[in-house]
Design a protein around this ligand. Structure first.
Ligand code: ADP
Length: 158
């Protein structure tokens, strides 16, 4: 059984994240989405809200689980019996940070491999911060997030 973890803040999850999740789900037997809770930046959505929102988005896909974690990513991956970590690469600007993280995680745990996946090019300029900004000013973001996320964003910014 090939298990992979996909860690992130997902504040909120976007169609870009989902693109990566679907690709991962077709490559691995099980994908565990890991929501980071030990953040210094203050997320708009609580961990519980993010867990619920992501679970809604992926409820029809059997080999996906959603969990939250704090502490080291490699410890979470080991606990989940994962062999790999998925990260999304959108553009060159993601590379430097991701490269550093991947090598440090390999140093911490030799047998967990970081795998990078690229989303459809229409999502390469998408990130959660931009989505929150647009939602705050009531811009049309319906092509960037699923309907349930759109509703949750509207609720936050009402
Ligand atoms: P983090 O704080 O860990 O970067 P994010 O939720 O911003 O959390 O991102 C989680 C992962 O998803 C990262 O690997 C990021 O590069 C990737 N990602 C974020 N937005 C997109 C997108 N639009 N398309 C593809 N991958 C994305």
């Amino acid at each position: 059984m090939k298990i992979v973890v996909y860690p992130g803040t997902f504040d909120p999850i976007t169609n870009g994240h989902l693109d990566i999740i679907y690709r991962a789900a077709s490559l691995f037997d099980k994908v565990i989405i890991g929501i980071l809770t030990n953040l210094t930046k203050k997320p708009l959505f609580t961990t519980e809200e993010r867990l619920e929102m992501i679970s809604q988005c992926v409820k029809d896909i059997k080999n996906i689980e959603v969990k939250s974690f704090n502490g080291l990513l490699v410890d979470f991956a080991k606990e989940m019996n994962a062999e790999a970590i998925i990260r999304g690469l959108r553009q060159v600007s993601d590379f430097e940070y991701e490269f550093q993280m991947a090598l440090m995680n390999r140093k911490l745990c030799e047998n967990i491999t970081t795998v990078f996946l690229m989303p459809n090019e229409k999502y390469t300029y998408l990130n959660s911060t931009l989505i929150k900004e647009l939602a705050r000013y009531n811009a049309d973001i319906s092509e960037f997030v699923p309907n349930n996320i759109l509703e949750e964003l509207k609720r936050k910014f009402l």
